[in-house]
Design a protein around this ligand. Structure first.
Ligand SMILES: Cc1cc2nc3c(=O)[nH]c(=O)nc-3n(C[C@H](O)[C@H](O)[C@H](O)COP(=O)(O)OP(=O)(O)OC[C@H]3O[C@@H](n4cnc5c(N)ncnc54)[C@H](O)[C@@H]3O)c2cc1C
Length: 402
């Protein structure tokens, strides 16, 4: 799609990314789905091609490209039709490592961020718990200071890359919440916990889709973590997360746009080749109009995602735009996957068809990274209770999960 935001450099970059994914990802993606995770050599290839450090500063080993290089990369990753891979890579490159780049010490960045950008270490972001999903005020994993260490006890669920990661960026409680605060978000910190240390138990979780995402439940039993693994300041974790969630929502939107494009591509290929009645399915007006509507809606979601990306680049607390982009694009991706499955008929319903996988995968988009209803809550709060001028204040108070 033409866009005022994309230059010739972005178009060339898109072609490079597509070439990389065609050569290094697509031939293997089905095997990664079956193996329930990406192998180390795949991470290294993403790293060697600079695709894990687009948003990171050059002094950390990244290439500090503008936001639209990331958007193009994420769209193309989405366009492969393998949401497990796209979730793994984006969680690593834009979410877990984001907090290291923003708030960690130089030592931690050298130890974890650099190797992650090179694809030598795999990262995961561990926030959600059995009893704390949309409502983060219920976080219960604790980190209690003991000399030069923290002792971490608790558990996390649905952690993308959880089974394969070398380390986790974990949201923990380092102080008891203030009972005076209605939705208690005080006392949250972010800690790096190595995956293979005593007391960490990793249990794979089998899901409906996103099979290559190596999802796991983590248990922390009295895990001793050196205090210098704290990211940023103690008890400031919630504030860091609230800022980071805007990027997470924007990333989810770009991936969903790419995924929806893939749905429509497979459907177009089907209806333009499938003989029925006196011609092709694509000659039937009902089908033509359906595809015209969906393509138009997708163009709108893409344009709005670009707008949100522009807003985010101007101001990382673009709460309304990033939430709207996530809501719009992930919901649309589900509707397009559903319509595509219908238009591809029984072949699309075969378990190993492209559209069956896309359909299963799309469904997670409206939950992961913040449920649709939470996005609506946030947008409504901005609109009705706070007004755009008070976005920043609102985010500091809200405990709604991105
Ligand atoms: C595939 C996948 C990958 C994930 N990866 C990660 C990861 O890497 N790291 C991580 O920390 N977490 C991860 N998550 C967890 C994700 O962030 C949570 O699923 C999300 O925050 C919602 O929490 P929950 O699933 O516990 O739903 P709950 O909070 O139990 O909510 C259940 C449902 O209730 C509704 N609801 C919730 N709040 C409201 C409200 N305010 N108003 C109205 N309705 C509401 C929504 O429909 C929601 O889906 C992943 C989830 C999935 C599905």
């Amino acid at each position: 799609m033409r866009s005022v935001h994309l230059t010739e450099a972005h178009h060339q970059f898109r072609a490079q990314v597509r070439g990389f994914l065609d050569e290094h990802m697509l031939p293997f993606a089905e095997a990664w789905e079956l193996e329930r995770g990406m192998p180390r050599r795949a991470w290294k290839q993403f790293g060697d091609h600079g695709l894990l450090g687009l948003a990171h500063a050059t002094e950390h080993g990244g290439s500090a490209r503008d936001i639209f290089h990331s958007i193009v990369f994420l769209e193309e990753l989405g366009r492969t039709g393998y949401a497990g891979v796209r979730a793994s890579v984006s969680l690593h490159a834009y979410m877990a490592t984001h907090y290291l780049a923003r708030h960690a010490t130089a030592d931690l960045r050298a130890k974890y961020l650099g190797p992650s950008i090179r694809g030598e270490k795999i990262a995961a972001l561990a926030i959600t718990e059995r009893d704390a999903g949309s409502d983060l005020s219920r976080l219960a994993t604790t980190a209690v200071r003991d000399g030069d260490d923290y002792i971490v006890t608790g558990g996390k669920v649905f952690i993308t890359n959880g089974a394969n990661a070398d380390y986790y960026v974990v949201a923990v409680r380092t102080a008891t919440p203030d009972p005076q605060v209605r939705r208690a978000n005080t006392g949250v910190s972010l800690l790096i916990i190595d995956a293979r240390v005593p007391g960490v138990t990793i249990q794979r979780q089998e899901k409906l889709g996103w099979h290559a995402a190596a999802t796991a439940e983590l248990r922390f039993e009295q895990v001793r973590v050196p205090a210098d693994r704290l990211i940023g300041r103690e008890n400031s974790g919630f504030m860091y997360l609230m800022r980071g969630f805007q990027l997470e929502r924007l990333v989810a939107a770009a991936l969903a746009v790419g995924g929806a494009e893939r749905s429509l591509d497979t459907t177009l290929a089907h209806v333009t080749s499938r003989q029925a009645f006196d011609g092709k399915l694509s000659s039937l007006q009902a089908i033509r109009h359906r595809l015209a509507d969906l393509t138009t809606e997708l163009a709108g979601a893409r344009a709005f995602t670009y707008h949100a990306a522009w807003c985010y680049a101007e101001d990382e607390l673009s709460v309304t735009e990033c939430s709207m982009a996530k809501l719009l694009s992930t919901e649309l991706a589900c509707r397009i996957a559903d319509a595509s499955l219908q238009l591809q008929g029984a072949r699309g319903y075969l378990a190993d068809s492209d559209i069956a996988r896309i359909y299963r995968d799309a469904r997670a988009g409206t939950m992961a990274g913040g449920a649709t209803e939470v996005m609506r809550d946030i947008i409504a709060q901005q609109l009705i209770d706070l007004g755009p001028a008070r976005e920043g204040q609102h985010q500091a108070r809200s405990s709604a999960k991105a």
